[in-house]
Design a protein around this ligand. Structure first.
Ligand code: NAP
Length: 291
């Protein structure tokens, strides 16, 4: 399957390219931001004309969550209208679209303490989340053949674009520096290793089971519990303190509970995601953090 990957040098995109390229089912064309801008329909059209893909996988997003609050135009320009641009080109050229959304489409239900199913009503709480949800609705409105994937707390070797390191690398660095570290314990989610997500996606995209999917690691934890596991694995004696979210200023309210149930994957017998502790262990081994 001739497959364009947009955002190919990003955190998730780079693992998708690596993993899909090893599978003969796919012929992968990796594209970076200078090659294609989803906010510009002409640049999508040129790429499609050049590569004649059957599938587009787009990891492109404007996802600096705090910045989205003061840049709603840019946020909607990429996360909503950019996605609409992709949909229109896919519709016209008979291309299947795979796109990523976020656990942040949930969060307004403050009493929630059970994982969200795909069919649960969203409740976004920020410009970022609203723009991502608008992107989701463009896909569901405009396309029949799509894989729309909500995921959560990504970490991968490439690190998120625009930030030097991901959460895991950051915690390892802080543990090594030895100064007390404070991490919030009132945001519950499921951190997800991009290699695992890419591997599960590789199998899902071979099917015709189109639709909306939650794909995260299994289990749940707070950011504090996640950091504790990292500290435990590297046997760090640096002090790690649980603190409420209010300790750190942010213009955005983040979900207190945004755990996703991979219910659709389970229903079709394709949930390959492992517990977050196992995935973290694998990542830490691959980064040579464990001796
Ligand atoms: N990171 C998380 O924790 C998380 C959680 C839930 C959902 N998600 C979703 O998962 C997806 C992938 O996240 P990620 O962490 O891999 O992000 P990332 O590392 O920032 O990668 C995004 C890629 O998209 C490119 N890009 C940005 N704007 C673009 C545009 N207008 N046109 C074309 N390419 C563009 C970026 O290139 P430049 O850097 O050169 O601009 C980058 O290569 C996103 O849709 C995000 O919303 C992420």
């Amino acid at each position: 399957m001739k497959t364009i990957v947009i955002g190919a040098n990003g955190q998730l995109g780079s693992d998708i390219v690596k993993i899909f390229s090893k599978d003969s089912f796919y012929k992968v064309f990796p594209l970076n931001h200078p090659d294609i801008d989803i906010a510009k329909p002409d640049s999508i059209n040129s790429a499609v004309e050049k590569f004649q893909p059957q599938m587009i996988i787009s990891t492109a997003a404007y996802h600096r969550v705090d910045e989205c609050e003061t840049h709603p135009q840019e946020s909607f320009g990429v996360n909503a209208f950019g996605v609409r641009n992709l949909c229109l080109v896919c519709q016209k050229n008979n291309i299947t679209l795979t796109h990523f959304s976020t656990d942040y489409v949930f969060g307004s239900d403050k009493k929630r303490n059970a994982p969200y199913l795909e069919q649960d009503a969203p409740g976004p709480q920020s410009i970022y989340a609203i723009s991502k949800l608008a992107g989701e609705y463009f896909i569901r409105y405009l396309l029949k053949r799509y894989f729309l994937v909500r995921t959560s707390g990504l970490y991968g070797s490439a690190g998120p674009a625009g930030r030097a390191v991901n959460f895991v690398d950051n915690m390892v660095k802080k543990a090594q520096e030895g100064k007390e570290v404070k991490v919030v314990n009132d945001q519950i989610l499921t951190p997800t290793y991009t290699v695992d997500l890419a591997n599960n996606l590789k199998e899902l995209l071979k099917t015709k089971e189109y639709g909306l999917y939650h794909i995260t690691s299994e289990g749940q934890c707070s950011w504090y519990e996640f950091a504790s596991e990292i500290f435990k694995l590297i046997k760090s004696s640096t002090a790690l303190l649980p603190v409420p979210t209010s300790t750190f200023y942010s213009p955005v309210e983040r979900p207190g509970y945004s755990v996703l149930d991979n219910a659709h994957l389970k229903k079709i017998g394709l949930n390959l995601m492992r517990p977050w502790q196992d995935a973290l262990h694998r990542y830490m081994r691959e980064k040579n953090y464990l001796r």
